[in-house]
Design a protein around this ligand. Structure first.
Ligand SMILES: [Mn+2]
Length: 309
């Protein structure tokens, strides 16, 4: 389908309550029911296994920064590429809203993209889309909804919260990558632990760690995170878990990076942060444009495929 991205932005900026709710509801029905093979995606629980063919555009945290999303979509020509080939996949690593003032527009745009390209867009869950007992702070989305939708804001808010429960916990590209918003769940044993992390929560800490944890160079195994949720995890955990799932590199978002990206744990982790401006310090945002058929051993080899803006 041909879509005009600048028209989609205008639509998002002007959207009224009824249409917003309809898009969120439609996306919720679509995403929550996704199961089994759909195009190049193979879905089990909330884990997507992706074929190692075609290309992927991978976008980190946006946090309400509409300008960065526009820069990425226009700079990458990826909508055109999705139109050309069904195996070109757009992946968002989560954290669409809060902090910037265009949270609702970003949600609208990514959900609309999912509805237009159902087999080619993967929306992952960030800690700002987490379960209600793990609230992220600041959480500006309710306030944005109040200003935009007036007294109907609560209905809009509970509708989008239901959708959050269906966003994806993890994406796996066999023998290559594991994608998770925050970090590696240090006691995960099977792919089912990743796929069912939301159902196992809060009994098991898998989901909390996947949404909230960060890699740390000083920690050996795990330790308490200053974020108050999730953990800091060390190289030993990274080596163990990546080996367990037979992948080389963890691709994640969650942490602001001065250059828009950073590498941890001897090239086994690449962090992407795809928004700029206040309240963060990073001079660049970055995204990754990846040929999924190629095998890379270390995150350093991905640097030529990272685009900074
Ligand atoms: Mn985050």
């Amino acid at each position: 389908m041909q879509i005009d991205f600048s028209q989609l932005i205008q639509e998002a900026l002007q959207v009224q309550y009824d249409r917003f709710i309809r898009i969120v509801e439609d996306a919720k029905h679509l995403i929550c029911r996704e199961n089994g093979k759909t195009g190049n995606l193979d879905i089990a629980g909330r884990l997507v296994t992706l074929k190692s063919e075609g290309e992927a555009l991978i976008i980190g945290d946006l946090h309400g920064d509409l300008e960065s999303l526009i820069d990425i979509m226009q700079g990458s020509y990826f909508i055109k590429k999705m139109n050309l080939k069904k195996n070109n996949i757009l992946i968002f690593l989560g954290d669409y809203g809060d902090r910037g003032e265009y949270s609702k527009e970003i949600y609208y745009i990514v959900l609309k993209l999912k509805l237009i390209f159902p087999e080619q867009v993967i929306l992952m869950r960030g800690n700002h889309e987490g379960p209600e007992d793990l609230p992220a702070s600041p959480h500006d989305l309710p306030l944005e909804f109040q200003m935009k939708f007036g007294e109907k804001w609560q209905e809009a808010y509970s509708t989008i919260r239901n959708l959050f429960d269906c966003l994806y916990n993890a994406v796996l590209v066999e023998e290559r990558y594991l994608m998770i918003h925050g970090g590696l769940p240090h006691q995960a044993k099977t792919l089912k632990d990743l796929a069912q992390a939301h159902h196992l929560h809060p009994k098991e800490s898998f989901l909390e760690e996947m949404l909230w944890s960060d890699p740390d160079e000083m920690v050996n195994e795990t330790c308490f995170s200053p974020r108050g949720a999730g953990k800091l995890f060390g190289k030993k955990i990274t080596n163990e878990i990546l080996e367990r799932f037979n992948v080389k590199i963890l691709l994640r978002g969650h942490e602001p990076c001065v250059e828009g990206f950073k590498i941890n744990h001897n090239g086994k982790i690449l962090t992407l942060f795809s928004r700029k401006g206040s309240p963060y310090f990073n001079a660049y945002g970055a995204y990754l444009y990846l040929d999924l058929s190629k095998k890379f051993e270390k995150a350093e080899e991905l640097i030529p495929h990272i685009y900074k803006f």
